[in-house]
Design a protein around this ligand. Structure first.
Ligand SMILES: NC(=O)c1ccc[n+]([C@@H]2O[C@H](COP(=O)([O-])OP(=O)(O)OC[C@H]3O[C@@H](n4cnc5c(N)ncnc54)[C@H](OP(=O)(O)O)[C@@H]3O)[C@@H](O)[C@H]2O)c1
Length: 325
């Protein structure tokens, strides 16, 4: 019998590989076994849904589902040509001719204002506003046209400004819903009130910070709107294989491709919060895998959330003529 000696490096390599593969399989099994699905066939006829970032990923699957349910959909897209292509294919697929695309770059306050002006001019009501768009950067430090760190500008300040500019229309549309797409990773980050434009911070981690900002914004918004019939619901889609991870390097990209949810699965909780009549009147709650979950206490700090709100007003350069919330 021949004996093939294994070097220490081969042994190490094989062990690391086995750990990675076992880890991937475990994450895959865990995600697939816990994924929440929204089975209801409730309709959305006569409802207008405004959703940001619907050209791909979770937003696209949300639009596809809501179009099937008969909703009128306004897609707020940064890339208008791609938005038109998506609209055409969803119209063809679902038979819903009531989908329109409008230009919006959330990282630019001018673009947010122009978009909001057009919506106020053309729309009579919004039943559901879905703040879905989001971006994550791995390494490049980028500044928006307004001089704000790009991840913060897109994921928090843009939606914050847009909500203000549309609030009177939302009040007229009540009962209606505002849905904010955050992430379970809000738990690992912290909003630093002394640095709300962190241009020198490593952008990868800022993604998580902005997801914490989304929760803080959502809770303070719900509090400020408690006497209206506008509900605010916060969503964690769960780890989902979308373009947001397209720059993730090898071997982490293997986990994204082979372990994460697909976009349809990632969209289920957004769809539930937009559609389910069971959530009528519910506000200030956080949902994950189609179930309500308790938020960590550190994001429920009302003093901190109020200060963050007031600083966001300054950062968005809200004017005296703009609506206040
Ligand atoms: N995927 C996950 O595992 C995961 C987990 C937790 C939370 N989320 C959240 O889920 C939401 C959707 O993300 P996704 O995973 O579906 O990613 P995605 O496929 O990359 O979609 C993000 C969307 O946001 C749009 N967007 C980015 N920057 C924008 C800007 N400045 N103005 C307007 N639109 C902009 C993108 O438009 P373009 O076509 O122009 O790029 C795209 O349509 C995000 O808020 C994300 O933080 C995702």
């Amino acid at each position: 019998m021949e004996f093939f000696p294994i070097s220490i490096f081969q042994l190490l390599f094989t062990s690391i590989l086995s750990v990675i593969v076992t880890g991937l399989i475990c994450v895959h099994i865990w995600l697939k076994s816990t994924v929440g699905k929204f089975y209801s066939n409730e309709r959305m006829d006569g409802k207008t849904v405004l959703i940001t970032g619907g050209n791909n990923g979770i937003g696209l699957e949300t639009i596809r589902d809501l179009a099937r349910r008969g909703a009128r959909i306004i897609m707020a897209s940064r890339k208008i040509d791609l938005g038109n292509q998506v609209r055409d294919s969803i119209m063809k697929e679902t038979g819903n001719g009531n989908i329109i695309v409008k230009k919006l770059d959330l990282s630019s306050q001018k673009s947010v204002r122009e978009f909001a002006d057009e919506i106020l001019r053309t729309e009579k009501k919004i039943d559901v506003l879905i703040h879905n768009a989001g971006c994550a950067s791995t390494s490049n430090k980028k500044k928006s046209v307004d001089g704000i760190e790009m991840t913060y500008a897109t994921n928090h300040y843009g939606p914050f400004l847009l909500t203000h500019l549309l609030i009177d229309l939302l009040k007229k549309s009540a009962p209606c819903r505002i849905i904010i797409i955050s992430s379970a990773y809000y738990k690992i980050a912290n909003v630093d009130l002394s640095n709300l434009n962190p241009l020198d911070t490593f952008p990868f981690f800022l993604y998580y910070v902005t997801k914490t900002a989304n929760v803080m914004f959502g809770l303070e918004l719900a509090k400020r709107l408690k006497d209206t019939k506008i509900s605010v619901l916060i969503v964690n889609p769960g780890m989902t294989n979308t373009d947001i991870f397209k720059k993730v390097p090898f071997p982490l990209n293997l986990a994204v491709k082979h372990s994460f949810k697909n976009a349809w699965e990632g969209a289920q909780t957004t769809i539930m919060t937009a559609v389910s009549k069971k959530l009528d009147g519910v506000t200030g709650k956080y949902y994950s895998d189609c179930r309500q979950e308790e938020l960590k206490s550190f994001v429920k700090n009302e003093v901190k959330n109020k200060i963050f709100w007031e600083e966001s007003v300054k950062m968005c350069r809200l004017r005296h003529s703009d609506p206040t919330i």
